[in-house]
Structures are given as structure tokens and as C-alpha cells.
Unconditional design. Structure first.
Length: 299
């Protein structure tokens, strides 16, 4: 792993794209709404809103310093310091996170999880761990804070025979205008019985995740003119097409692939070092899992 990639990883791991807000928590403006969690709790305890454990297949990208497809395990969780039914501001969440350490342990390996520090993903700690079949069981998560002590949780296990999602290929833009159409080729893939696949387009600038777009099945293009946030002509963006494999409940992420396109609606040449230091949380999956769990509850 080169220095640029390493510094990017230490700053991020997204969604986490995608990736990475939790299955039951989401930022609305500067406030984190926790009422959807639906768990009982007492004051001054840490609550786990979601956990993550999935196979994470990253494609190459020049700005991110990724020279070849690389396989990881995406491991993390969403945590808050107060009981559900209350609200906590983003600044209060940052203050809690500044004194909180989260580790993940399995099979004699212990690794620290990175707080993502994003208003879109304000509750998430995450890490990318080099893939090993021996580490697909549940991770033990330890959350330590001076005010709450140490709380222990666990992730779900990745089911045996969960496939690596193949990368989409030939991702390209029709032009360098803000209204360009991006297109790609989707490889053939047999979805395991009972599981579900949804594909998303993630758009990032050098500071933050801007948009997450869920695509209809079998769609292989997207018009950037339809982006809710739009694109500025003087910025560079990373556009990522990310298929997600969910379990039969539709809420647990089992496998993700991430293909990238560096896109500038300008002739300016982007500097890779800018992206290496940003706090984007590319590996985060929380926005996707939150939206999906909400859709399932409504349905």
C-alpha cells in the first residue's frame, strides 16, 4: 500500500461509499435523529445502532492511488452516547467521538476503527481490513469512553460462500460537461438464493460525499444533469458505481464492489494528494443501509 493510499485509509474507509450513517440513524441538517432505533436503554450508555461486516472489492483509481483491484473486509459500527428517542447534535457527536476509541477483534487480531467525522455519517466508526477467509466470522467491537466506560458489541458473520461482487467495467463519461452521461458495463452475476442486489451511484468532491443515487435494476447509465447537488465546473469529482449484495432481510450488507471514475467538468488537472487527505469515508455503507431499512419499514 503506497503512502497516498495509506493516508487516505487513515482518514476514511467512507460506502462506504458508498461508503459509509447507520441502518437506523441518519443526519438531517446538523441533527442526528435516533428515534428510529427502537431499542431500550438507560442514560449514559453507548448504543449500537448498526454493525457492518462484508466483503469489499475495490477497483483501481488514480486519484485514490489504487493501482489494481484490492479485496478487503469492511468492518464497523454506528454508535451514539445517549438512549434512543433523543437527539444529539453533530457537534455533540464530535465531542463524544473525540474521547471515544473503538476496536474490532477476531481470531487474535485487534484493529482500531476510524471515526468518519462527517455530517452525513455522524455515528460511524469503520476500518478496511485485508481480506482473509479466516476473518469472516463476527467481530467483537469494544467502545471505550471516559463517561460511559467500555461497552462490548458484535457484528454479524459473513455467511459461508458469500461471493465477491464483480466490479462494473468500462465506466466512462460521454463528455467533460456537468451534464454528461456516465455509463458502464455490468458483468454477469448469479445472485445467491434469497439475497438481493441493488446498485448505487456515489458522487464525491474533495471534501465530502455529495450524492447517493439508487438505480433501477439493470440500469447501466446515469445522467449527471439529474444529480440533486449538481456539479461545479471548477471542481474534480470521483464518481463510483457500487453494487451492494444484501441478505434476505435486505438490511445486512454482505458484499460490495466499487468502481471509480475521476471526473472533471473542466480542463484542470486534479492533484492526487488532495484526495489522499480528505475525510470522505469512501468505504461507508451507512447511507445505503439507512435508506434501505426505511424503505422496508414503509413497505
Amino acid at each position: 500500500m503506497n503512502k497516498s493510499r495509506s493516508s487516505f485509509r487513515s482518514a476514511t474507509g467512507r460506502m462506504r461509499g458508498y461508503v459509509s450513517a447507520g441502518a437506523n440513524a441518519f443526519a438531517v441538517g446538523a441533527t442526528v435523529l435516533l428515534s428510529a432505533c427502537g431499542q431500550s436503554a438507560r442514560a449514559n450508555t453507548v448504543q449500537q445502532l448498526a454493525s457492518y461486516n462484508f466483503i469489499d472489492n475495490w477497483g483501481p483509481d488514480a486519484l485514490l492511488g489504487i493501482s489494481a483491484p484490492t479485496l478487503y473486509l469492511g468492518v464497523g459500527g454506528d454508535f451514539v452516547p445517549n438512549p434512543p428517542g433523543a437527539s444529539i447534535s453533530y457537534s455533540a457527536m464530535q465531542a463524544f467521538a473525540a474521547q471515544t476509541t473503538v476496536t474490532a477483534s477476531q481470531g487474535g487480531l485487534t484493529t482500531g476503527l476510524q471515526y468518519l467525522n462527517s455530517p452525513i455519517l455522524p455515528n460511524q466508526w469503520f476500518a478496511e481490513i485485508p481480506y482473509s477467509p479466516s476473518l469472516t466470522g463476527p467481530w467483537q467491537l469494544s467502545v471505550t469512553n471516559p463517561s460511559t466506560g467500555t461497552s462490548n458489541f458484535s457484528t454479524y458473520a459473513i455467511p459461508a460462500n458469500t461471493p465477491v461482487l464483480p466490479l462494473v467495467t468500462n465506466i466512462k463519461a460521454s463528455s467533460n460537461s456537468a451534464g454528461a452521461t456516465i455509463s458502464w458495463s455490468s458483468p454477469s452475476f448469479t445472485v445467491p438464493t434469497g439475497d438481493q442486489v441493488s446498485t448505487y451511484v456515489f458522487v464525491y468532491d474533495s471534501q465530502a460525499l455529495r450524492d447517493v443515487i439508487q438505480l433501477a435494476p439493470n440500469v447501466t447509465s446515469y445522467d449527471l444533469a439529474n444529480l440533486p447537488s449538481g456539479l461545479a465546473s471548477d471542481q474534480t469529482y470521483i464518481i463510483s458505481v457500487q453494487p451492494f449484495l444484501f441478505d434476505e432481510t435486505g438490511t445486512r450488507v454482505l458484499s460490495v464492489s466499487r468502481s471509480f471514475l475521476d471526473f472533471s467538468p473542466t480542463s484542470a488537472v486534479p492533484e492526487p494528494s488532495t484526495w489522499a487527505m480528505m475525510l470522505l469515508g469512501f468505504a461507508c455503507v451507512g447511507v445505503v443501509t439507512y435508506r434501505r431499512s426505511r424503505e422496508l419499514r414503509i413497505a
